[in-house]
Write a protein that binds this ligand. Structure first.
Ligand SMILES: Cc1cc2nc3c(=O)[nH]c(=O)nc-3n(C[C@H](O)[C@H](O)[C@H](O)COP(=O)(O)OP(=O)(O)OC[C@H]3O[C@@H](n4cnc5c(N)ncnc54)[C@H](O)[C@@H]3O)c2cc1C
Length: 337
């Protein structure tokens, strides 16, 4: 916990000086001029659902698509690049993220429905897209009400819930690559599979066209209300979490059991490392009870994987994306429970 606090202290000291955009730090001085916001040593803890982890060396929030494209064209090739959405599936390690972290803000959050299609910016929240689709009588996107991220994150992760996934509804997307080339992509280009796509940090999604079907707004809203109710009954909504921690294993390896069932069988429900805990409500969710470091959360996850492997022979794969570098070791952390 010491190291985590030290990192946060440095970050708040830097932020305490006000907007640090334009500070001539070593990396900052090598970056192209932008109209958007560049911030040095910007806290990512406040941008991730776990509310923990280290800073971004540089955080870039582009003013619009042109600003982003110009920035990428001028970005030196050796600078690491990371893209984030709203951090609902991310664990940012305590040592922070080197290079530039890009986050798409309001300029990328537009939503427009026409016929049976919804066009949404990659920064639009899934829940807003689901509601806009309902208002326009576009059925088939209801499942997005249960995914608390952005459309960019949903496509990158092939997010899904209640028997539907993003791959079922994506018609095409616009993206820009690491070198500033804008391109249109089809679902075939995106190579969707279970909670995966071809999208990595060399590709930034800009917007997507999602295809639904004609429906009655009232019916669509009723299905969304059902999904929301089921979620609040079964998931620790409103806590600091990254959603499902591990992917459900393929039926050949997991014997048809879901990740949460294997975790429960291995006796991990409620297991804790410092302030990181396996949720009592849904044991495929790890939660930050308050002051957990990213290291506490990652070690807890690895402990769960080891116990599940020893008990069931199944090695779970992380679904949560872990980014950045580890921080220095800290005090907290004996396993409890
Ligand atoms: C309470 C809770 C419930 C959840 N329930 C579900 C669920 O039912 N189903 C489900 O699938 N997920 C669920 N999740 C996980 C998460 O919401 C999804 O994975 C979501 O799609 C992540 O979107 P994000 O914007 O938060 O992306 P982030 O978590 O910020 O990033 C996730 C990945 O997407 C990439 N990414 C984000 N934006 C872009 C972009 N514009 N271009 C390129 N890459 C990008 C990032 O690089 C990263 O690799 C849940 C999470 C929580 C906290």
């Amino acid at each position: 916990m010491m190291a985590n606090r030290a990192v946060e202290k440095t970050v708040s000291a830097l932020q305490g000086r006000g907007d640090i955009s334009g500070t001539a730090g070593p990396l900052m001085a090598r970056l192209p001029k932008v109209r958007g916001r560049l911030a040095e040593y910007a806290s990512l803890a406040r941008l991730s659902w776990f509310r923990t982890g280290g800073p971004a060396e540089i955080l870039f929030e582009p003013a619009d698509e042109d600003d982003l494209v110009c920035f990428l064209r001028g970005l030196p090739g050796d600078v690491p690049l990371t893209v984030i959405g709203v951090g609902s599936n991310l664990l940012v390690r305590d040592g922070g993220v080197d290079g530039v972290v890009i986050r798409l803000g309001r300029a990328f959050a537009g939503i427009r429905a026409r016929g049976d299609m919804v066009k949404a910016g990659a920064g639009a929240m899934d829940v807003h897209v689901a509601r806009a689709a309902a208002d326009a009588g576009v059925a088939g996107l209801e499942f997005l009400i249960g995914v608390p991220g952005t459309i960019g994150g949903a496509i990158a992760m092939n997010a899904g819930a209640y028997g539907h996934e993003v791959a079922d509804v994506v018609q095409h997307v616009r993206a820009v690559d690491r070198w500033g080339h804008v391109q249109d992509m089809t679902p075939a280009d995106l190579k969707f599979s279970y909670r995966r796509s071809v999208v990595d940090d060399r590709l930034i999604l800009l917007c997507a066209c999602l295809k639904g079907m004609a429906g009655q707004s009232a019916d669509i809203r009723a299905r969304m209300a059902d999904i929301s109710a089921q979620r609040s009954d079964s998931q620790p909504i409103g806590t600091r979490t990254g959603g499902s921690t591990f992917k459900n294993p393929a039926s050949e390896t997991g014997g048809g059991q879901k990740a949460w069932e294997l975790i429960d069988r291995a006796g991990c429900r409620g297991l804790a490392v410092g302030d990181a805990q396996v949720s009592e409500k849904h044991c495929n969710f790890l939660i930050n009870r308050g002051r957990a470091s990213a290291d506490d959360i990652e070690r807890l996850g690895e402990m769960v994987r080891a116990r599940v492997r020893d008990e069931t022979g199944v090695m779970l794969d992380w679904e949560i994306r872990r980014i950045g570098k580890p921080g220095v070791s800290h005090e907290s952390g004996e396993a409890q429970g």
